[in-house]
Ligand binder design. Structure first.
Ligand SMILES: Nc1ncnc2c1ncn2[C@@H]1O[C@H](COP(=O)(O)OP(=O)(O)O)[C@@H](O)[C@H]1O
Ligand SMILES: [Mg+2]
Length: 363
């Protein structure tokens, strides 16, 4: 092969056919390749991904390098990888939160299936990739996110603006900004919220908290299809909903209901996470027991025509560490459940960027 003279133009030309595997468009046309420089036989460029948590980061870098090497001998290819997360738009009458790009609802029909666990781990796993992440604990009746993130009882700063408006400062935990009802109430006092009050408090958490710049705001929903879900979906543009389920049939039946509700409210379904899919005994990490039968999440996902984002095993360490305020993705990052949750976080981030850049027709 005769070597072409290396030049930024030649590099861009040879990269033009390389596509983003999820967006199925040319990286060059998507303006994801920037600052191409050539010095002698050394090539450098910046690859701007659509999320810092891109699950295909290595794959895309390798594709680019392979393409460049077809030009002839190259001494070094230096790729600086950065990311610019696109902004979800949502339905026209929804009011976004300044600085917040993508709001992800984590929901289920039934309680105790692991929504809060999935929310906490999605959030910290995304933060670990360099994304700016917040969690809104929308479980007003049973706010347990501060416990799960180890910041229960931490004092929370409420700032009064010159206009007399009260602004709540999120509490920082494991690199994630958290707002929860639990910071504002006495945990042992039962709180009785009526619909309009609930609506009001969720709207305050959304719009009056000092979130700053966020790539992702994860909203941990209460179980079911009630006022909180309605308030959220009617107020802000939601990038999409992640539905958590367990393999039991009842939970699947409820998940289906939750999924339908979001669809009716024009919220795209990112996919289903099947939690507690199988049991891994702590002394035998090589063994797995299918306690509830297998394949339920996959079947539901197939029936409802939404992706199965992943399956998370039941692990004792997950609950133990979670009770100590440590999400498993922080405490035991190499455990099977942490690996599954981290992979799910990346998949979710990838799908959110696709949804944001290629808005789906909404019903
Ligand atoms: N994969 C898992 N392995 C072990 N324990 C889990 C797992 N998922 C959740 N748990 C535990 O189950 C309980 C309920 O989970 P939680 O996330 O609070 O559910 P939800 O928010 O849906 O009510 C918690 O004690 C949590 O630590
Ligand atoms: Mg919960």
């Amino acid at each position: 092969m005769t070597a072409t003279t290396l030049s930024p133009e030649a590099i861009l030309d040879v990269l033009r056919p390389v596509c983003d595997p999820e967006l199925r468009k040319s990286l060059v046309e998507l303006n994801m390749i920037r600052n191409v420089t050539v010095e002698g036989q050394n090539v450098a460029f910046t690859l701007v991904l659509t999320t810092p948590a891109c699950p295909l980061r290595e794959f895309i870098v390798d594709e680019c390098k392979d393409a460049i090497r077809t030009l002839g001998p190259v001494d070094a290819i230096d790729v600086e990888v950065t990311a610019e997360t696109p902004q979800s738009v949502g339905l026209p009458d929804r009011q976004g939160i300044d600085g917040v790009r993508n709001i992800i609802a984590v929901a289920s029909g039934k309680g105790g299936v692991g929504k809060s666990t999935v929310s906490a781990n999605l959030a910290v796993a995304l933060a670990q990739t360099g994304a700016r992440v917040g969690i809104l604990d929308a479980d007003i009746y049973g706010p347990n996110m501060p416990l799960m993130l180890g910041v229960q009882g931490q004092p929370v700063e409420v700032e009064k603006t010159p206009q007399g408006q009260e602004r709540l400062h999120p509490v920082e935990a494991h690199g994630v900004k958290l707002v929860s009802m639990s910071f504002l109430i006495d945990r042992d006092q039962p709180v009785i919220w009526r619909g309009p009050m609930l609506n009001g408090i969720i709207r305050r958490f959304l719009y009056d908290a000092v979130w700053g710049e966020l790539d992702y705001l994860i909203v941990d929903m209460p179980p079911g299809t009630g006022d909180a879900q309605l308030t959220l979906a009617q107020a802000v543009p939601i990038a999409g909903a992640v539905i958590v389920t367990t393999p039991q049939t009842v939970a699947l039946h409820d998940a289906r209901k939750g999924l339908k509700m979001f669809e009716q409210l024009g919220v795209p379904i990112i996919g289903i996470v099947e939690n507690m899919s199988y049991f891994i005994p702590p002394d035998r990490p090589d063994v797995r027991y299918d306690l509830f039968g297998s394949g339920g999440g996959e079947k539901t996902a197939g029936e409802l025509n939404v992706p199965l984002l992943g399956t998370v095993p039941l692990e004792i360490a997950l609950r133990e560490q979670s009770d100590r305020g440590l999400p498993i993705a922080v405490s035991n990052p190499d455990s099977a459940s942490a690996l599954a949750l981290t992979q799910i976080a990346k998949t979710v981030a990838g799908k959110v960027s696709v949804l944001a850049l290629q808005p789906q027709p909404m019903t």
